[in-house]
Design a protein around this ligand. Sequence first.
Ligand code: PLP
Length: 404
Amino acid sequence: MSEQVGELLPPTRLMLTPGPSSMDPRVYRALATPLVGHLDPWFMEMMGDVQVLLRRVYRTENRVTFPISASGSGGIEAAVLNPLESGDEAIVCVNGWFSERMAHIAERTAARVIRVEAPYGRAVDPEDVRRAAKGRKIKLVGLAHGETSTGVAQRLDDFRKVADELGALLVVDAVATLAGLPLEVDRQRIDICFSGSQKAISAPPGMAPITVNAGVEEVLRARKSKVQSWYFDLTTTMNYWGKERTYHHTPPISLIYGLREALRLVLEEGLEARWERHRQNQQALVAGLEAMGLELFVSNPADRLITVSSVRVPEGVDDVRVRRQLLDEFNIEIAGGFGPLKGQVWRVGLMGYSCQRGNVLLFLAALEKVLLEQGFKVPAGAGVGAAVRASLAAPESVTIGNRK
Ligand SMILES: *Cc1c(COP(=O)(O)O)cnc(C)c1O
């Protein structure tokens, strides 16, 4: 670093990735408001607003509902480390990279972990969980509602039923789904649910909202040993987010401002309207991709995750070059595959503020140009045409940013 470091000037990208998503200008504004101390009476009161908003977005009355100061992975740590201790047995449903991460984290505890797997691109069969449990005392069943690495969604109600039969807690990774598709913690009786700030909520990365019900609080009180992580121990963090507001650690105050505004915008739009917007735009995207001759990685449409669509990279097309050109020429970022899907798929996220009809059309048009230059034949305007027709069929046009 010999020369003077210049002004910070990030490019203006459209993030169509599985997170982070692009942010509403009002969230940027919230981030730039004055810093106060984390024990300032004003801030402590504002924390209460964040919790009220979070409960509404999660559709829960749970007392223990707050953002953990960590990315989504920190949410997994908290959700798994808090209930598990020596002598426990847990089932983790593994059908991709993030549910695998939950298994890895659970395996670091003293509990015994049973993996119930499904091939990448498929949903886990709740029947397999039943079979794997056979007569065992299972403390929890964990799964990813939306498996972002493959673009697969799980039907939570089926797993609730199995967990009830087993007398187990249901632990749900909703990092990729909260505020993007239907999820109601109390009605669906999810015991522990966590998310990430940077996906369908469209706040900056760095916060993992979590909610746990009274039954889980009971389980935590009954622990014989201490939670193996000090930082993620919910019983002590809750003293800061609870009535006492006792210092635990310094939270990322500016990020909490951003999260507050993003949650407020989720509720201003309305959860149902937001879910519908995500559904409509995903349908338009899928129609466009298929009309271009591309193949969705998840073959069963009912298993497809609304917020992230995975598409097979066509034969003879260079995965990295396509993504690089989308970025350089159009300022659009999409994601590649990882783990066993590296080089095999593209993952296109339509989450939160990024999930707009105009973005779907722009992306399909840009992809057509890039694919043509790579020698992949696309009928002229096929993707955009199909997406426009899919949108026409939609019962109502849901747009964000336009006040009525
Ligand atoms: C993104 C994601 C995570 C990890 O979140 P980070 O913020 O990257 O730590 C975990 N689970 C799912 C389903 C995700 O989509």
